[in-house]
Design a binder for this molecule. Structure first.
Ligand code: ZN
Length: 149
């Protein structure tokens, strides 16, 4: 587990665009990366097509997991949106959190089009908030360079 989840601004923007596009329903997807750093956003279809719950389409999940595996990433996050609610895990989110190592990111709206996000570890019914760090692309490139040296 990592105490923070690091995203670039463009990754955050693509998650928000996916959430906005799915309105009025919840959106969902996966985050691939390493050590708390997101490298790829995998938007998926909410096969529930519901404004209050989500189930990532099994084919989208299979394809994303395959790509994550092949590119040497880990599944580090699962994101979904709360179009009408706040960015706090619901009872269903807590009971259906099957990936204790993943960070659960929830997007919610300040208003019609401004979204914010919060992240959590959901383990055995406990909610632990994880800090989200948003970096611009330049910083991310520098961090990746440092890690490979
Ligand atoms: Zn939820």
């Amino acid at each position: 587990m990592h105490s923070s989840l690091t995203l670039t601004e463009s990754q955050a923007t693509s998650m928000i665009a996916h959430a906005q596009h799915a309105l009025p329903n919840e959106a969902c997807g996966l985050l691939g990366g390493k050590s708390g750093h997101v490298s790829t956003v995998y938007p998926g279809t909410n096969s529930e097509h519901s404004p209050i719950r989500y189930l990532l389409d099994p084919i989208d999940q299979f394809n994303a997991m395959k790509t994550i595996d092949q590119s040497g990433e880990d599944l580090i996050g699962i994101f979904h949106s709360h179009p009408k609610g706040v960015a706090i895990p619901s009872e269903i989110d807590i009971t259906q959190a099957y990936y204790p190592k993943a960070t659960y990111v929830i997007l919610a709206r300040h208003n019609e089009k401004d979204w914010y996000m919060r992240a959590y570890y959901l383990v055995e019914g406990h909610i632990n908030e994880v800090r989200i760090r948003r970096l611009n692309t330049q910083h991310t490139i520098l961090e990746i360079d440092n890690r490979t040296n």
